[in-house]
Design a protein around this ligand. Structure first.
Ligand code: PMP
Length: 397
């Protein structure tokens, strides 16, 4: 069965990580992989997570199965975090939420559910989008097409072209939108642009599907879910997948959620039964630990405040690094405007370099980034920022 198989090419980001690890240059910088790093280059366990884990260790009395939908308290609390308390109340039984194995598990569960109830549905994704959207959605059987999004030349959103393409989306088509902190480009829709998308969806009847993987890392918890909340309020149907990997730092614990908002409570109940059967057929039930930790934090005022405080520190560090990088690049006297980096949000931005310039940074300066010149802002710190800016200045000469 396996004799005729050929190995697949290595994942470019994993390749970069390995190359960075084996590089002996003391000034090496890893701007590739998409995890948050602090000033010391660590990806720490958040304080509130540590406290919640200690409580769980002391208090948990059973490891028995929960259910395909996961922990009910997590589902209620995460829905409120994403949608806000008021709206969650207003939506009532039109909303169902499932705990999923990370955001990836949520994206795949949603795709499998859609494929089951409406085979070969079309889903429009932004150009560019996070590379893993394609296998997560496409390998479930959805037909992927793209809509224009990022303008590499002017470092902004091609909003008119995007709307032109979306205006051709029909009822029953899905449109994948990044809730905030777009990966890979960092350029987010403004509130006015979200309103225009909501109006178009109302007129044309397409169903938005929002991937919210970075809530709290852009402008704030409520600010980053402006689009999700607007669409949930205005439209009869919406799909939202959220991840706790970045905002709770729970990456390997695989913690996320899938929320479906339907036109009626009956439709939501029917959807929930289909999603439960779908989850059962893929992984049966999501892993518990991360969701128990999140539920413990969100249900407890003290833990919740400390978590929000630490998340604010993370967000402010990222936004501070964005400004600092623009300042450092300016100091190098490069004949280019990098101010877009300061306006973009979340962990990623494209530097706007050619593949050759990226290769120069890797081979001559031990600065590791992917060919598209997307960088993880959190890989920068106060001791490497000057070297980084100098090296970029040399590479673009
Ligand atoms: N969506 C986007 C845009 C992402 O960048 C990520 C993670 N990097 C995810 C979803 C899913 O993350 P996870 O499965 O680790 O929660």
């Amino acid at each position: 069965m396996f004799d005729s198989l050929n190995p697949l090419p290595a994942d470019p980001i994993l390749g970069l990580m390995a190359a960075h690890r084996s590089d002996s240059n003391p000034r090496k910088i890893d701007l590739g992989v998409g995890v948050y790093k602090d000033e010391q280059g660590n990806t720490p366990v958040m304080r509130a997570v540590k406290s919640a884990e200690a409580r769980l260790l002391a208090d948990q009395t059973s490891k028995s199965y929960v259910s395909p939908a996961g922990l009910a308290t997590f589902n209620t609390l995460i829905a409120s975090l994403v949608l806000g308390d008021e709206l969650t109340k207003t939506l009532g039984d039109r909303r169902v939420t499932f705990q999923t194995p990370g955001g990836c598990g949520g994206l795949r569960l949603a795709a499998e559910f859609i494929q089951k109830v409406r085979p070969a549905s079309k889903i429009l994704v932004s150009d560019p989008t996070w590379a893993n959207h394609v296998p997560l959605l496409g390998e479930a059987g959805l037909q992927i097409e793209t809509y224009p999004y990022y303008d590499h030349k002017n470092h902004g959103i091609r909003f008119d072209a995007m709307m032109e393409r979306l205006s051709k989306a029909a009822a029953g088509d899905l449109v994948l939108l990044h809730g905030c902190c777009h990966n890979p480009c960092g350029a987010d829709l403004s509130n006015e642009q979200w309103q225009a998308v909501a109006e178009l969806a109302q007129t044309n009847g397409f169903t938005p599907f929002i991937d919210l993987a970075y809530q709290g890392l852009g402008d704030g918890l409520a600010e980053d879910s402006y689009g999700v909340r607007l669409l949930a309020e205005k439209l009869p149907e919406l799909i939202v997948v959220s991840s706790c990997s970045k905002n709770f730092g729970l990456y390997r614990e695989r913690t996320g959620s899938l929320t479906v908002i339907a036109g009626s409570s009956e439709a939501a109940r029917a959807s929930a039964s289909q999603i439960a059967a779908t989850a059962r057929a893929i992984y049966s039930m999501p892993p518990d630990h991360g969701a128990s930790v999140v539920a413990e934090i969100l249900a407890d005022d003290t833990l919740n405040s400390d978590w929000e405080l630490e998340l604010t520190e993370v967000r402010e560090r990222i936004n501070g690094l964005r400004s600092a990088l623009v300042t450092e690049l300016d100091r190098q006297g490069i004949d280019r405007d990098f101010s877009f980096i300061e306006q973009e949000k979340g962990m990623f931005s494209f530097l706007g370099l050619s593949v050759d310039q990226v290769q120069t940074l890797i081979n001559q300066y031990s600065i590791y980034l992917v060919d598209s010149s997307r960088i993880n802002i959190a890989g920068i710190n106060s001791s490497n920022i000057e070297y980084l800016a100098q090296s970029i200045a040399e590479a673009v000469k």
